[in-house]
Design a protein around this ligand. Sequence first.
Ligand code: SF4
Length: 336
Amino acid sequence: MPELIVDLTEAKKFLAAKVSKCAIVQIPEGLKDRTTWIIDELKGSSENIFVKMDPCYGACDLPLNDMKALDADSVIHIGHGPIHRNKDILYITCYYNLTREEIEQNAKRLLKELQKRNVNSIALIANAQYNHVLPELKQILFREGITSHIGTGTSRIATQGQVLGCNYTVVESIQPTVDANVYLGDGYFHPQGLVFSTKKPVIVVNPLHGTVEEIGEKNRDRFMRKRFAAIAKASEAKSFGLIVSVKSGQRQKEKALELKKAIERKGLKAYLLEMDLVNESYMMGVKVDCLVNTACNRIVLDDAENWKRLIINPTECLIAIGEKKWEEWSPDEFLH
Ligand code: SF4
């Protein structure tokens, strides 16, 4: 089983160079069991090290307010590539250490699947934990006659071939040249987002389970039916609650204000709701017919059916009020 590596060498150098007095370390949920290890390792690099315990799902959620509150001079953000660059923040990617033999085994399993489908040209993508493996995998596949493309994304994307749940621009730019999209990684969060964004097959190579599988058409149809049902319901709404998150990389105040104007132009009511973590229970008593989420688009795309209230994304709202056509549906990716 590949091991998840967290290398703090750069963090020690960064904090020492800043002569740090107080630093905040932000970690994903999966690394909480390394909290005390991280503090022990960084001891001596800064006078005081805090590890932030609030959940963190991406580099879209930097602890800028915490820095002010604790008078911290530095943040070490572990687990995600940078979205926004800031001189006081160091991003450290944790990554799976796949050996050459493990990469070869994954390539072999993938090749079988590609040959079965007569696929010769693919988009290769991964999340931050596996991204470093893509060039080597590409080389091995090339030897076997498969052309792999590793695309470049918008400014929100730190490295070639890397996807975020809210940004698949590395794939979109190369879609016309590929027969299928291949995602290297564990879990379905990222490949599922790809299903919303492209019409070509999505093949998932999971190095932890040793599996290769296609997720696609059926998921896409089921998903689109649910979204269109939600839009149809929203088209009957008379009042909308527009959610704006204050998280650094999810904040879309301008978009919410534009939506507000568009809704009001139709003679309907719009109310601005502000929060940090978007959570249904925080809006229990709010009397609106429909919520519109301008924060992380995946809250709606992945989770709307678990909400008791009707919640839709901005483009869906514009369709519901007749400002956009149904064919113009999009997953509302975050590009910057
Ligand atoms: Fe991930 Fe959502 Fe943040 Fe994008 S906005 S990085 S999908 S948590």
